[in-house]
Design a protein around this ligand. Sequence first.
Ligand code: TYC
Length: 134
Amino acid sequence: MKRSIETAIQTSGGEPATPRASQISEPVAGSQTKHHPTEVEEATEEVANDEPPMYRVVLLNDDFTPMEFVVQVLMQLFGMNFDQASAVMLEVHHNGRGVCGEFTREIAETRVGQVNQIAREHEYPLMCVMERAE
Ligand code: TYC
């Protein structure tokens, strides 16, 4: 059975995003004790951030690139299934932009280059950019 793109999006479920370690708040050891740090102590506390900066890969809308082509690109380059790719494509189509995913800088740069290259090869104006997440 062949489903239209509009039908596919209505039946697709949104996947919950996986929180990064820094977004999970757990009680800090000792935080239940009687000691209440002063403002000065709090201001000098430092926490190591060993997570790399993340970048959003963002797809932009245009009036000419076929919807089917965009869906194929999202499936091939971002590992999305048909329903996920259709949802992102329609988000871009209706709102002007949509997020393909969040990656480290090198992977984001590679994906942006691949989208723009395949679009140019097919002579479509499809545009992809990256931006710092957070
Ligand atoms: N707006 C395009 C159309 O109507 C479809 C499209 C969707 C184009 C997403 C680009 O990133 C895009 N054919």
